[in-house]
Design a protein around this ligand. Structure first.
Ligand SMILES: CC(C)(COP(=O)(O)OP(=O)(O)OC[C@H]1O[C@@H](n2cnc3c(N)ncnc32)[C@H](O)[C@@H]1OP(=O)(O)O)[C@@H](O)C(=O)NCCC(=O)NCCS
Length: 169
């Protein structure tokens, strides 16, 4: 399930490997919570401005909801240092069709490690795990203005299925 990738073809220095593994223990959980809070503002759209403290609290709540149900947390590690994570829900059927699916609840890569394929590797590993569990689809939500994330998902083959609309009153 987890994978180890040689640095060849990646954006890392020769000899540095990128490993994606399943999270274990308190150190991994603390990393996910801290990086998730740090990155949470990337999901805020200009149509609904928000206080950073609220957005961070919302990430804490998302994390608690995820760990309370069936899920897998993947950790990306480069040369022994944690650089990213992905939270995968594996028993959350699509609400419209009831199709079984894997659902990416959240993913993030440390700012200094971005643009070198860590996000793509996390996503590919989660997809492989979903296939292994015979889940026929992978789904996720992404903020329209989060162009980096949208490009990552589009490159990986994701299509827009629905839109979440909002209007200030
Ligand atoms: C979205 C996010 C997870 C992407 O992570 P990442 O590790 O930078 O993703 P990748 O490196 O796989 O891809 C990002 C870019 O790097 C480029 N890239 C990937 N591998 C590369 C390599 N070996 N050499 C050079 N560039 C490379 C990709 O082409 C892509 O470029 P583009 O955005 O201009 O098309 C990261 O930006 C992030 O954590 N954002 C904040 C949190 C967030 O928004 N999460 C998503 C919530 S839905």
């Amino acid at each position: 399930m987890p994978g180890r990738r040689a640095a060849r073809g990646s954006g890392f220095a020769p000899g540095v490997t990128l490993e994606v593994r399943v999270a274990v223990g308190d150190g991994d959980a603390a990393f996910v919570k801290s990086l998730g809070r740090e990155c949470a503002m990337s999901s805020v759209a200009s149509v609904r401005p928000a206080r950073e403290s609220n957005v961070r609290a919302a990430f804490d709540r998302l994390y608690d909801v995820v760990v309370d149900q069936s899920h897998v947390t993947f950790i990306a590690q480069r040369g022994g240092e944690r650089v990213g994570f992905l939270l995968l829900l594996d028993q959350l059927p699509d609400e419209v069709t009831l199709s079984p699916q894997g659902f990416v609840a959240y993913m993030a890569v440390k700012p200094g490690a971005r643009g070198r394929g860590v996000g793509a590797a996390l996503l590919a590993t989660a997809e492989n795990e979903a296939r292994r569990r015979l889940l026929p689809y992978m789904a996720l939500m992404v903020t329209e203005e989060n162009e980096t994330a949208r490009r990552l998902y589009e490159r990986a083959g994701y299509k827009t299925e629905r839109r979440l609309l909002c209007k200030p009153l």
